[in-house]
Design a protein around this ligand. Structure first.
Ligand SMILES: [Zn+2]
Ligand SMILES: [Zn+2]
Length: 432
């Protein structure tokens, strides 16, 4: 009797492959689009448990303790993470304060708590019914947490202020740095597929089988051709007749392709193109020096760095605030146009571009975080103070709409019309 091999489907291009679990330290990637499909990680559950517990312990000091103190001309001012948000709120920038609050303060705590509960249960071999919806929510929220971007914002603020004032580092900055490193370590240590299979089979070895076994499939084929679909949340292979129902493993809605993906993405991209104009033309920051306000746009801020010889920071802010949003919008246009049946060239490169658009989205928030910190740190009364200006709201809207656009776009639609011959030839060139 032949051994039953389960199959997996590539979430980015719908290619069907036999399921192989690579040994530790190895990964398997999709031969057609390059998507990494499996990468087993050692002691995934216990690492996630220890890291989330440590993260929870240092969370409060990281958020509440002062990050640093600036001393200039006899004035001194310190700031913590919360203050930088309250300041926006007091200046009537509600949307900006909400975005910064959610991405840098609330979400990290929510995610750490969720990961702690999930890994604690898995560690104790308990599988309560709330585990699947909890992990599903965790994965959806994970994309919106931006503590690492905030940390880069802190670093840039320090370099920006280093010339004009004396900086004293407080305990908060070390706690916050540790918090960011722990959050990054959790996402590296967590084996998403392993967690899902533990939750699905309640820790027991797999006894349920995929609707089709690999030995029944010959040649290059896709999920769609075999009437199979992939649950995008938990990675389970399901019969495509289940469309519109809920996934038996994680409870997510099953859809063969993200519903109205192309039109929703178009709407979001066009909206972001409207917001990007005021975000760049209007002033984003106002510096009051001896009562004289000086308003500057994003570009003014970058020119300031170049004029003062800080080429590196100038380049970082230029990339995060101008290049990344423009790249995202142009990239999404190319992806959307590629959903046309005639556009079947460079699909692998376009899929890689899709993944990088989804990855870099959050880094555009950098300038907003720098301004958030500056408004609190530089408040020396009448002498000098820094305020937020209207472009900040539009800028947050650009980030939110482009990030949502990348989430609603379904790259499999580009591959759907790609001819079988092309996929075979792609396969041949890519497998060694
Ligand atoms: Zn693929
Ligand atoms: Zn599922």
């Amino acid at each position: 009797m032949k051994e039953h091999i389960n199959i997996i489907i590539c979430p980015d291009c719908d290619l069907l492959l036999p399921e192989k679990n690579p040994p530790l330290g190895y990964s398997i990637s999709c031969p057609r689009c390059g998507k990494r499909l499996r990468k087993p990680k050692k002691d995934s559950v216990s690492k996630a448990f220890v890291l989330s517990l440590t993260g929870l312990l240092i969370y409060l000091p990281a958020i509440l303790l002062p990050l640093m103190t600036f001393k200039s001309l006899g004035f001194s001012d310190s700031a913590n993470v919360i203050e930088s948000i309250v300041n926006f709120y007091q200046n009537d920038y509600y949307f900006v304060s909400l975005t910064v609050f959610l991405s840098a303060v609330a979400l990290p705590l929510i995610l750490l708590t969720m990961m702690f509960v999930i890994s604690f249960n898995l560690q104790k071999k308990r599988y309560p019914s709330y585990l699947a919806p909890l992990f599903k929510t965790y994965l959806h929220l994970e994309e919106w947490a931006m503590t690492e971007v905030y940390l880069l914002g802190i670093m840039i603020t320090i370099i920006k202020m280093a010339d004009s004032s004396e900086i004293v580092y407080n305990a908060g900055i070390f706690c916050f740095t540790s918090l960011v490193l722990i959050s990054l370590a959790i996402s590296t240590a967590m084996d998403r597929n392993y967690f899902w299979r533990l939750i699905e089979y309640k820790g027991k070895p797999q006894n349920e089988r995929a609707p089709v076994a690999a030995e029944n499939i010959s040649g290059v084929t896709t999920g769609r051709e075999q009437n199979l679909t992939l649950c995008h949340t938990c990675g389970k292979v399901l019969s495509s007749h289940l469309e519109g129902q809920h996934c038996p493993c994680c409870g997510a809605n099953i859809h063969n392709r993200i519903p109205a993906s192309v039109s929703k993405t178009w709407a979001l991209v066009l909206t972001s193109m409207i917001f990007i104009v005021p975000a760049n033309i209007m002033p984003i920051m106002e510096v009051d020096f001896l009562g004289v306000p000086d308003r500057s746009t994003i570009l003014d801020g970058i020119i300031y760095f170049f004029q003062h010889g800080s080429y590196f920071i100038g380049l970082v802010i230029f990339s995060a605030s101008i290049l990344v949003p423009v790249f995202k919008i142009i990239g999404l246009w190319i992806l959307l146009l590629s959903t046309h049946p005639a556009a079947t060239r460079y699909l692998r490169n376009k899929t890689i571009m899709y993944r990088s658009i989804a990855f870099i989205g959050r880094w555009s928030m950098l300038d907003i975080f720098v301004i958030a910190l500056l408004t609190v740190l530089v408040d020396f009364g009448f002498f000098t103070s820094i305020h937020t200006a209207p472009a900040a709201t539009y800028f947050c809207l650009v980030v939110a709409t482009t990030m949502s656009a990348a989430i609603t776009f379904d790259p499999r639609i580009m591959w759907d019309d790609c001819s079988k011959y092309q996929s075979i030839s792609t396969l041949k060139t890519d497998t060694p």
